[in-house]
Design a protein. Sequence first.
Length: 95
Amino acid sequence: MLHTLMHSPAYSDLETLLLMAGAGDDLLLLQDGVLAALTGSRALKRLSESEATLWVLNEDVQARGLAGQISTSVQSIDYTGFVTLTSRHQQQMVW
């Protein structure tokens, strides 16, 4: 399943997301969800505990001026990569 976190982690149910995301899933951080990828953040620590692969949409990182603050443990993708993720997963859950 593809999970997309579109809202700030401060306004998201990360605990439920973590219960639902598992091995073989992808978790894409986009829009204000990219804040969860900030180096040293509590949200990043929690999301890193998941077995899902963690991605961040580069265009949204750039738009928010956060390029130098995103953890290197999160894989960056562009819109083409986003399309690839959506085609890889028949099911998607938006958070």
